[in-house]
Design a protein around this ligand. Structure first.
Ligand SMILES: [Zn+2]
Length: 199
């Protein structure tokens, strides 16, 4: 059943291809000198089937939703300052490596726990490979937690979803002055939205 989702602060809906991000860092507000590429896969999960404007829904939403391909990646080019620049691809690669790392070290940790347990039952404890494996496992866990935490930019620019046509994206800007500036710089292709309807 479609339900309405209301936001405390207005979120912004803008045209993916025609709107541009202000040349200030969304995290700290400093002058932006770098560009961050944020790749999004709309998929079906983040689909929004209706917007607040009924006219929009009937004229554009329905007709375009049939042809829109939700599996195609969309890329956002976001100017950021030097401090908040990172490579999104590298970030994703790190997450991937962490998942594999957890799998391997978890299997090894399992063996290590048995080794330590066996040693204990024989009344001795030695600092061999087994405790080292457990430390390594803990390290990989912490690294994974860090890599799966949203980055500063991802927290400042939270993607709420796409409209059915995938022409527009709805984004929650954490920083109010950044949001104002975004709307000012993109007249006609962006607008504040108070609520959306989710499928
Ligand atoms: Zn910054």
């Amino acid at each position: 059943m479609p339900h309405r989702e209301v936001f405390d602060k207005p979120v912004v809906r803008f045209e993916l291809t025609r709107a541009h991000f202000p040349r200030v860092c969304p995290v700290c507000g400093k002058k932006a000198t770098k560009t961050l590429k944020l790749t999004l896969f709309p998929g079906r999960r983040r689909y929004l089937n209706a917007m607040w404007d009924p006219r929009y829904m009937s004229i554009r939403g329905r007709t375009q939703s049939i042809t829109a391909d939700s599996s195609v990646a969309r890329t956002l080019m976001i100017p950021v300052c030097e401090d908040h620049e990172y490579s999104y691809e590298d970030f994703c690669r790190l997450r991937f490596v962490c998942v594999i790392g957890i799998g391997i070290t978890m299997a090894m940790a399992w063996v290590a726990v048995f080794k330590i347990g066996g040693d204990f039952s024989r009344g001795r404890f030695e600092l061999g490979w087994a405790p080292a494996i457990l430390v390594l496992f803990g390290f990989v866990l912490v690294l994974s937690w860090l890599s799966f935490r949203p980055s500063a930019v991802e927290r400042a620019i939270r993607i709420i979803g796409f409209d059915p046509s995938l022409q527009n994206i709805i984004v929650d800007f954490k920083n109010a002055s950044y949001r104002e500036r975004f709307l000012e710089e993109n007249p006609g292709v962006s607008e504040p939205v108070k609520w959306i309807t989710r499928a």
